[in-house]
Design a protein around this ligand. Structure first.
Ligand code: 26Q
Length: 778
């Protein structure tokens, strides 16, 4: 028992709230426990001194709820439970605390897993990002349609952050200067030995209030500067994968990029003065996608204009310091700013973009590339600033996030660049932290594993391989199956409480949770459910093992088609629930407000993990890894990290279907979705529900639009751009095969078990060590 920690909690309650454990509110308890834990973290940590550090620059950190994971890593979880229990309080009261939802999805959650892993593996890595006032919107449903409301994540306070006014910096835009105020969160490694830092910048005015304007009765003008500054860190853009050229978004990017660089440069100068030749020996900077890439020309600007470094030296230091991670190959996600907008917002930085473009041209000329042929490389082209091109030209490392993705970058998406700089390209397959996604989210399975092989897996997930030796032991498999059932019961209760769904825990739990996107093909899943529905009704499908299909997804508020898909799935659920003949075998539930905390309930409860993106579109996926770790089979395409998942766990233990990248390359240009529709009555039957009145979109025209997109195409896309109709029948076959296999419960449990036992590769501990060794040299 750590009496210092316990005393701190009691003391904090007394000082901050004038309360005791017995009469404190949840909010007061939360603040007291958190503050005591922060103090404990800083007390116990080793100090890194003088070593090179890495910085992870990311517009998003999707941390989720912090209290449980921090207590776990500090070894204080059981103790806190016990302390609260003395006053009759259940530690579950903290489930009311909001998630830190400062990210959209995979890219932001990856950043959160990475900082957890780095701290656990004693790697000096700090995160830098934006302290958005409002995180990703909260989702609710009205008549099956998605609605959004603001996410006020600080409603219970933010006891994990420490505001550091003394380290405030100024960020200058054309005609506007704002303060960037750092809020630091301790990033606590498992065991509490290493504490790294996550620094999130908040935008504030230099002058809070203009008294002159106020006295002249100009109320709005008196607070205009405050509003114009605060808006910069006010809200996370809820748009992943589609790019929008909004001025405020560029301001956000420059705001945190500039502040973070100023921070590092200030610390560097305190040690080395103005000789920047050692900068890359002190700092490695990893750019999480193109969102912080403006930090490269900003680095040049500061070095050249404020530190009097020669431009060509500054560029050389940049190349040694920066590295870039690509998270998508889809053209609509590539950031390209209008030159005019860029010049309007940050003209002083634009100068260095021009300089980079010129140096690039000179380098190309040396390699014999000139004139028109340079267009595919030019940083400034078609009146746009191409951010990914800056990131490739002025860094020493470019990585994809799964093997197949990195290969596609080399052979397709960035092949011209690969010819120029082959040595820069590398792969870093994503991972997830087993502390949150197993030790915390599935305490029953964690305890079971520890009972068999000890707790080494918590910091070395490859240890899970030792579980394989029990894969034929009946008692082991039964115990494993019991835990799965227990987690399904818990999820069913949670869904009842949160969304009013009644889900039968004796059904197969088949789960698809992820952002809503056409390429992720939730619509394909919906069609397969309709095909099963009609198959059961027509007697075509017999002996169907009852299945609960569970969805969770947010659609970007302006993404009309994605919202149509949500409504469609909700209508399918309604139709099936109203049909007693089929609802004995099928249920469809779309949970609302899917977030990290919901994911922690869903992942342990899945039997089947749906990972069905069109081959070549999902850079990696990380949800797939969470399900595998918790013992689910993957029903998926040969895409992203699924490829490596089946490589580890065996194709025979998973259900892989559909066209592969090579098949789609072959078919491109010849694909005719309408022919598939005309030739196959099952395809026709399910598609027609969109337009024949079977399912109702409330007169919005959303379903007709979906139907047209599959058969007629729209915008610049061919019909059925994501090959839903091509993969539909193979997908239904794989799903039914999986369903039939479930009848042999023991054989199916063994498949799930082997997935868990072979998931060691997918720890973000492995990934972050690869970054540290192969890119950062820390
Ligand atoms: C860009 C410009 C303007 C506004 C928003 C954005 C923006 C924001 C977020 C663009 C993209 C994102 C997020 C992308 C993302 O989450 N990608 C996912 O990254 C995961 C981690 O590598 C992969 O596993 C997923 O495959 C990939 O989709």
């Amino acid at each position: 028992m750590n009496t210092t920690f316990q005393n701190d909690v009691i003391k904090c309650l007394e000082l901050d709230a004038g309360k005791t454990l017995e009469n404190a509110t949840t909010k007061e308890l939360y603040n007291a426990v958190s503050k005591a834990a922060v103090a404990q973290a800083y007390r116990g940590a080793d100090k890194f001194t003088g070593k090179k550090r890495a910085a992870y620059l990311s517009a998003e950190f999707l941390i989720g709820r912090m209290i449980y994971s921090n207590l776990l890593n500090l070894g204080l979880l059981d103790e806190t439970k016990a302390l609260l229990a003395t006053a009759g309080i259940d530690i579950n009261v903290f489930e009311d605390i909001e998630d830190d939802a400062l990210g959209n999805g995979g890219l932001g959650r990856l950043a959160a897993c990475f900082i957890d892993s780095a701290a656990t593996q004693n790697i000096p890595l700090d995160g830098y990002g934006i302290r958005y006032k409002y995180g990703l919107f909260k989702q609710y449903f009205e008549n099956g349609f998605q609605k959004e409301k603001a996410d006020d994540w600080q409603s219970y306070g933010d006891p994990w952050s420490i505001r550091r006014d003394d380290e405030t910096v100024l960020v200058k835009f054309s005609g506007q200067t704002v303060k960037a105020v750092p809020y630091d969160m301790p990033v606590i490694g498992f065991g509490g030995k290493t504490v790294n830092n996550l620094r999130l910048w908040q935008a504030e005015p230099v002058n809070e209030f203009d008294f002159d304007q106020f006295n002249r009765n100009n109320r709005a003008a008196s607070i205009a500067e405050k509003n114009d500054a605060e808006v910069i860190s006010s809200v996370l853009y809820p748009n992943d994968e589609t790019y929008e050229g909004k001025m405020l978004r560029l301001k956000q990017q420059y705001f945190f990029s500039s502040a973070s660089l100023q921070d590092m440069i200030r610390k560097y100068k305190a040690k080395h003065g103005s000789d920047f030749s050692e900068f890359a020996k002190e700092y490695a900077i990893q750019l999480n996608d193109t969102h912080p890439v403006v930090s490269i020309p900003e680095f040049l600007r500061i070095l050249v204009e404020e530190e009097k470094v020669e431009l060509k030296d500054a560029v050389a230091y940049a190349k040694d310091t920066f590295a870039y991670t690509n998270h998508t190959i889809m053209p609509e996600a590539l950031e390209k700013w209008d030159i005019n907008l860029f010049m309007d917002v940050i003209p002083t930085v634009y100068t260095y973009v021009v300089a980079l473009d010129k140096m690039l041209q000179e380098d190309l000329e040396v390699k014999g590339i000139k004139g028109e042929a340079t267009n595919i490389y030019r940083i400034l082209c078609d009146n746009k600033v191409h951010m990914a091109r800056i990131a490739i030209y002025a860094t020493h490392s470019i990585n994809g996030v799964a093997q197949i993705h990195s290969d596609i970058l080399k052979t397709t998406a960035l092949k011209e660049w690969y010819k120029l700089y082959p040595e820069r390209f590398n792969n870093k397959t994503n991972g997830i932290t087993q502390r949150r996604w197993l030790a915390l989210a599935n305490q029953e399975l964690a305890a079971f594993i520890t009972g068999k092989i000890g707790e080494g897996w918590i910091t070395d997930l490859f240890e899970l391989k030792k579980m394989e030796q029990f894969a034929d032991d009946i008692d082991t498999l039964n115990a494993f199956a019991d835990i799965k059932h227990q987690k399904k019961v818990e999820l069913a209760e949670y869904m009842q409480k949160m969304d009013g769904f009644t889900v039968n825990p004796d059904f197969i739990f088949d789960i698809q949770v992820k952002r809503l996107h056409e390429y992720k093909r939730q619509l394909l899943n919906a069609f397969s459910i309709l095909d099963i529905y009609y198959g059961i009704k027509e007697g075509r499908i017999k002996n169907f093992q009852p299945t609960a299909f569970i969805f969770g997804a947010k659609a970007a508020p302006g993404y009309y088609r994605a919202k149509g898909i949500i409504k469609f799935i909700n209508e399918i659920g309604k139709m099936i629930a109203a049909d007693p003949e089929v609802s004995k075998y099928l249920s469809v539930s779309f949970v609302s407000n899917y977030n990290v905390s919901y994911a922690e309930k869903l992942t342990p409860a899945a039997d089947v993990s749906e990972q069905i993106s069109t081959a070549g579109t999902e850079a990696s996926g990380t949800g797939n890894m969470k399900f595998m770790l918790n013992g689910a089979v993957t029903l998926g395409t040969f895409d992203g990290a699924n490829v490596e998942i089946v490589e580890q766990a065996g194709e025979e233990n998973n259900y892989i279907f559909g066209a592969r990248v090579e098949d789609l390359e072959e078919i491109a240009g010849k694909y005719n979705s309408r022919k598939l529709y005309n030739d196959n009555s099952r395809i026709r039957k399910v598609l027609d529900t969109l337009v024949n009145g079977t399912l109702d979109d409330g007169g919005t025209g959303m379903f007709r639009d979906l139907y047209n997109s599959l058969l007629d195409g729209a915008h610049w896309h061919q019909p059925d751009h994501y090959y839903i109709l091509l993969d539909l029948i193979p997908y239904c076959d794989a799903k039914l095969k999986c369903n039939a296999d479930y009848a042999d419960r023991q054989a199916f449990t063994k498949k799930c078990y082997l997935n868990m036992a072979n998931s060691g590769k997918f720890s973000s501990d492995r990934t972050i060590k690869e970054y540290a060794e192969e890119i950062w040299g820390v």
